[in-house]
Structures are given as structure tokens and as C-alpha cells.
Design a protein around this ligand. Structure first.
Ligand code: MG
Length: 254
């Protein structure tokens, strides 16, 4: 039976230095555009990776763009899901043209709204002197989502942007867009975009020619829950956002 692991990357398999346990032996795993090491694996994460890599097909399912994904130094060999499901790379690294075309067609329906969000959110941040930076997440020529991050240690600025501007903005466009927030990542995505759409598509595709397929989904964020639910089993690191909101309250019941 073919075994497939759909694996979120950031904060699931590796993380930034600030999120690593102090004193742990770390190995550099992903880099910034300027070449500096930015994300690291602990010893346990390295062993977990080797375990997965030796025994299953590993398909990364990430919000990273193609550029940011290429800065992850792990030997992925299978399909890859990028940009919250907006882009699929076939084994070998070429984008799946049919999936990209689907994304391009969907983007014509929402790109003007994303641009309006960028402009009005930028104006709000300037008016209130918020220490945030924001942009449209675009890849392979397709705009996929709006995202914002706070500058160094200014989490309050991002919280304020979310609560006072993004939440009411979303309320006015109920159902058409949704929010992703985990730590220093704030994103607004069109409802047609989501890791689960790409994972569902890949499972159907991989199932062709196989009697059975065993699928496992692993991720750390609330926005990973929907793609994990497409799989036979769901895994999350203890202490992750998903764990804290899902299993931890149940574990506390004893
Ligand atoms: Mg993650």
C-alpha cells in the first residue's frame, strides 16, 4: 500500500531560532533570501524527518512560495503544495499547469479586492503608526492572498491591525475571504484558496492506479486542520496552535 504524508513545514518540521528550545542541538534547515540561516531542526525533528523520508512518500504542504520553498534544504522528491494550496509542483519541480490555470482563473474574481485590502490596510497602519509590513502573496504571476507581519517585537501592532481593521473588513465580506493568524503571520485568503483543495486533488490523483492509499496529514496551525481532515490520520506537534486549541483542553479534563 502506498503511504503518503502530507506535511506542513514551518512550525511543524522546523522553526525560527526564537521558537527553538534553548540549549538544544540545532541544524540549519531553511534560509532567508540573503543566505542567512533562519529555520532550524531539533534532534527529534531530524529523527522524525528521517523516519518519514525512509518509510513514506512525503508531500510538503506549505504557505511558502516557490522561492521560499527552494530555500528549505531538505531532499524533497515528490509532489509539493505551495502558497496555501495555490501552486502544485510535480515531482521534478515543475508547476502543474492545469492547477495553475485554475488558480489564475479564480484570481480574476478576487484580485481587485485584495489590492483594495492592501491599500486600505496600508493607510490604516500609517494613520495609527503601526509597526507592520504587508504585501500581496503572489507566485508564478498569480496573486493568492494578502499578508502582514509585525516588525521586531511589535506584536501589539499586528494585533491591533487584526482586531480594528481586518476583522471588520472580513465581516463585511463574509464567506468570500477568511483569516489565518498564527504568531507573526496574519493573512487574508479568498475562500477558493486553501491547502485542503490541493490535498484533496492530489489524493484523488495519487489514488488512481492504487487499490488503497494510506494518508496522514501533519500540521501545527488552525489553517492546517482542513487539509489534515482530508487524510486517514491527523498528527500535530504537542504545544502547537492546533494542539493547544484542540487536544490540550481535552487532556486537561483528565
Ligand atoms: Mg505551519
Amino acid at each position: 500500500m502506498d503511504k503518503v504524508l502530507f506535511l506542513d513545514l514551518d512550525d511543524t518540521l522546523f522553526q525560527s531560532l526564537a521558537k527553538c528550545p534553548s540549549g538544544a542541538a540545532l541544524s540549519e534547515t531553511a534560509y532567508l533570501a540573503d543566505g542567512r540561516a533562519h529555520s532550524f531542526m531539533t534532534g527529534k525533528q531530524r529523527i522524525l524527518w528521517r523516519w518519514f523520508d525512509e518509510h513514506t512518500r512525503v508531500i510538503p504542504v506549505t504557505a511558502r512560495s516557490g522561492d521560499a520553498f527552494r530555500r528549505v534544504k531538505l531532499p524533497f522528491r515528490d509532489w509539493v503544495v505551495l502558497d496555501f494550496g495555490g501552486v502544485l509542483l510535480a515531482p521534478g519541480g515543475k508547476p502543474d499547469e492545469a492547477w495553475l490555470e485554475r488558480g489564475r482563473a479564480l484570481a480574476t474574481g478576487y484580485q481587485a479586492v485584495l489590492q483594495e485590502l492592501l491599500e486600505t490596510a496600508t493607510a490604516f497602519a500609517q494613520t495609527h503608526s503601526l509597526a507592520v509590513r504587508m504585501r500581496i502573496g503572489e507566485d508564478y504571476g498569480v496573486p493568492f492572498y494578502w499578508m502582514a507581519k509585525h516588525r521586531e517585537n511589535e506584536a501589539e501592532s499586528l494585533d491591533r491591525l487584526q482586531q480594528e481593521f481586518v476583522a471588520p473588513w472580513l465581516e463585511r465580506r463574509k464567506g468570500a475571504f477568511y483569516l489565518h493568524r498564527n504568531g507573526n503571520n496574519l493573512a487574508v485568503l479568498p475562500s477558493s484558496l486553501g491547502k485542503e483543495h490541493a490535498v484533496r486533488h492530489l489524493i484523488e490523483r495519487l489514488r488512481l492506479g492504487h487499490d488503497e492509499l494510506l494518508t496522514v496529514g501533519m500540521g501545527d496551525s488552525l489553517s492546517d486542520a482542513a487539509f489534515m481532515a482530508e487524510c486517514d490520520y491527523a498528527m500535530t506537534p504537542c504545544g502547537s496552535q492546533l494542539f493547544e486549541l484542540g487536544l490540550a483542553p481535552l487532556a486537561a479534563l483528565g
